[in-house]
Design a protein around this ligand. Structure first.
Ligand SMILES: C[S@@+](CC[C@H](N)C(=O)[O-])C[C@H]1O[C@@H](n2cnc3c(N)ncnc32)[C@H](O)[C@@H]1O
Length: 176
């Protein structure tokens, strides 16, 4: 099995792929969840396509995090290099929305990223997680959660969690 949880793996992917737009509908869903002036953190932002979708509103503050240098070189929005399995370099209660799109399933310790997302979210802030459906990329990814598993991972840190199938993704929306 390929180890997908390394910056080197993702540097190679981004060199080959360039900008990736496959998760466009998820980012439009995220955009619809918060007011224009919301502050948003995208963890595992890749080349920042999602950040560009989210950044289209007056007053928006968006920040991306990714550990792939190649991804960040292509990213036009504000973003920092960081491993999201480590504590996030942000204050408590900073963001209205945290998005984690097609990234949580790459992590060896996904619960750390969920806990840190809860910490940096404001009261009533929202976490949006989207993972691939289980039928896809079975060879590459060790953690392809069912909706129940996704719910169980997130529930300890949030008041409400709603998980559902959305096109080819498994999505969870959680409120602090
Ligand atoms: C499939 S891409 C998704 C990118 C973007 N969210 C999108 O939907 O277009 C996964 C991204 O997560 C990043 N990533 C994976 N594990 C990470 C980690 N531990 N810390 C930071 N970024 C990570 C990879 O570098 C890659 O850019």
């Amino acid at each position: 099995m390929t180890n997908v949880n390394t910056p080197e793996y993702w540097n190679r992917v981004w060199l080959l792929t360039g900008e990736y737009r496959g998760t466009r509908p998820i980012y439009f869903l995220a955009d619809s969840l918060v007011p224009p002036e919301a502050s948003i953190l995208d963890i595992g932002c890749g080349t920042g396509y999602g950040l560009q979708v989210l950044d289209g509103r007056e007053g928006r503050i968006v920040t991306g995090v990714d550990y792939s240098q190649k991804a960040l070189e292509a990213c036009k929005s504000p973003a920092i290099q960081h491993d999201i399995q480590q504590p996030f370099p942000f204050e408590d209660a900073t963001y209205d929305l945290v998005t984690c799109v097609m990234t949580l399933h790459c992590l060896d310790t996904p619960e750390n990223a969920v806990r840190e997302s809860a910490r940096v979210l404001k009261e009533e802030g929202i976490l949006l997680v989207a993972c691939p459906g289980q039928h896809r990329w079975k060879e590459e990814y060790a953690f392809l959660p069912t909706l129940k598993e996704l719910q169980a991972l997130i529930a300890p840190y949030f008041k409400y969690v709603l998980s559902f199938n959305y096109d080819v993704w498994k999505v969870a929306l959680a409120t602090k």
